[in-house]
Ligand binder design. Structure first.
Ligand SMILES: Cc1cc2nc3c(=O)[nH]c(=O)nc-3n(C[C@H](O)[C@H](O)[C@H](O)COP(=O)(O)O)c2cc1C
Ligand SMILES: [Mn+2]
Length: 462
């Protein structure tokens, strides 16, 4: 069976029905859908939620697909996997890219709308947070081609609805998409860009892998999916798009024009500032019959995990050069899956933890705190890491700071958040045991105790 959004959902629903909730009653795309998701989040519940009846649209909205890490494990064939297993598997697949295959016919072109029939407001595009400037598409991959190298590029760039056939777009200065758009704009040319919405989660985490500008993300996505991505030529652009996406918008980013875009609730949990951003003109809409419109709740689990989980392999690969015995890497939810990184290493010599931290900073510009601990610390548990910081760190010698380094343009603690400054302070913390660390307490024999021998019917959760 082809891997796409609908095949993933039907397998999941058949296997774990409580993981897919359907809302039949009519919901308002302005704040009601996100209101329900925010309420579920308060209860620490992150099922896929399909809103089947959204006011003003004939299409359902699929939300939260990536909001639970276990679904991402399942997406790459590790149904009962753990995070370390996921990182190992994702890393291995990342190293075996599969180039995409171009096909002639595609489900995503079953329906084609051009000219006067283009009306993006008929899609169930949501308003997320109170002060957002408008309705936003948040789970569409902007696909462009680098005019210099001819290499394809894909990334998620938010699109704010301006009219029936125009959007505003935010291309962060750190994105390849920004560089490509600038190359066209310098020549006063429109930038062809197709936006693909709705696909298998392995496609999403594959396309979001850390890559160079010379890498076609669809090749990485093929590796992560375990099968090549089928592409089909666009109807109105010289670009190819995923044949099994749900919806494609064929667009151009117009040169030299700007319009107010944002504020928009962003991943740190604060609003990204209003900007004068480029305008995107829609030239055609193509979609599958009974298309599913996919949305990502930016600033919440779906968005945090989606861009968070893909960072660990790049960090791991880079840190390995500084610290050969790095055991595990975790970019925890407590740091919004971006700002904090825990490394557990088997320390061979003193000083190595700081080099490992520097390597992590070099691998991922968004990191602000890197904490290095010994290999027996379970870095999936914030409490164990805090224990190590509390008891093994001398602040004057075990921490280092780098001021005015490149970070996230959305970091609320940057030197100038209103201007979207990238400049932040970074801190590395060596929380490993030092040579004169006192002996730790332990209970002899506890590891071999089986609780079921003492408490009838006990089921261990460890
Ligand atoms: C839900 C979601 C929304 C995102 N929104 C934006 C955005 O509006 N602008 C942006 O530049 N990056 C955004 N990102 C991050 C980029 O998609 C990501 O950095 C991607 O790898 C960029 O690809 P590129 O470097 O090839 O352009 C978003 C990521 C996710 C998961
Ligand atoms: Mn790229």
């Amino acid at each position: 069976m082809v891997k796409d959004l609908r095949s993933f959902l039907s397998e999941l629903e058949a296997d774990e029905p409580d993981q897919v909730l359907r809302v039949k009653k009519q919901v308002d795309p302005h704040f009601e859908v996100t209101g329900v998701l925010a309420k579920l989040e308060k209860e620490r519940k992150f099922p896929v939620v399909i809103f089947e009846n959204v006011k003003g649209s004939a299409l359902p909205v699929v939300t939260n697909v990536h909001a639970d890490a276990r679904r991402l494990f399942r997406a790459i064939g590790l149904k009962d996997g753990t995070l370390p297993e996921f990182i190992r598997e994702y890393s291995a697949r990342e190293d075996c890219p599969k180039p995409p295959v171009v096909v002639k016919e595609a489900p995503v072109q079953e329906m084609v709308f051009t000219g006067k029939d283009i009306d993006v407001t008929r899609l169930p595009i949501l308003t997320y947070h109170e002060k957002d400037a408008g309705r936003y598409i948040t789970a569409g991959f902007g696909i462009m081609r680098d005019p210099d190298s001819g290499v394809r590029n894909a990334g998620i760039y938010r699109l704010m609805v301006h009219s029936k056939d125009t959007f505003g777009i935010q291309l962060s200065e750190t994105a390849h998409g920004h560089y490509i758009w600038q190359s066209y704009e310098r020549q006063n040319k429109p930038t062809p860009m197709a936006v693909a919405i709705g696909h298998h989660p392995a496609f999403y985490i594959g396309c979001l892998s850390f890559t160079s500008l010379e890498t076609d993300e669809f090749s990485v996505a093929g590796g992560i999916m375990g099968e090549p991505v089928d592409l089909v030529p666009c109807r109105t652009l010289d670009l190819e798009v995923p044949a099994h996406a749900e919806i494609v918008l064929e667009c151009e980013i117009l040169p030299k024009l700007r319009k107010s875009e944002a504020p928009f609730g962003e991943y740190p949990g604060t609003y990204g500032p209003q900007r004068n951003n480029p305008i995107v003109q829609v030239k055609a809409i193509t979609m599958r019959r009974n298309a599913l419109y996919q949305s990502s709740f930016v600033g919440h689990a779906d968005n945090l995990l989606l861009s968070g989980i893909v960072r660990s392999t790049t960090i791991m690969k880079t840190v390995k050069m500084a610290s050969p015995k790095v055991r595990a890497v975790h970019v925890p939810a407590s740091g919004r899956c971006r700002f904090i990184c825990y490394l557990s290493i088997e320390k061979i010599i003193e000083g190595e933890p700081k080099n490992a931290a520097m390597a992590a900073f070099a691998a991922d510009p968004f990191l602000k705190y890197v904490v290095v601990v010994d290999q027996d610390v379970n870095i999936l548990n914030d409490e164990e890491v805090l224990h190590a910081i509390a008891t093994r760190v001398r602040a004057d010698t075990d921490m280092f700071m780098v001021t005015h380094a490149k970070g996230s343009p959305l970091d609320p603690a940057s030197y100038d958040p209103a201007a979207g400054s990238h400049l932040v302070t970074k801190m590395g913390i060596d929380a490993t045991r030092k040579a004169n660390y006192p002996e730790e307490i332990r209970v002899p024999g506890s590891d071999n105790i089986k609780l079921e021998d003492y408490f009838h019917g006990w089921r261990s959760t460890q």
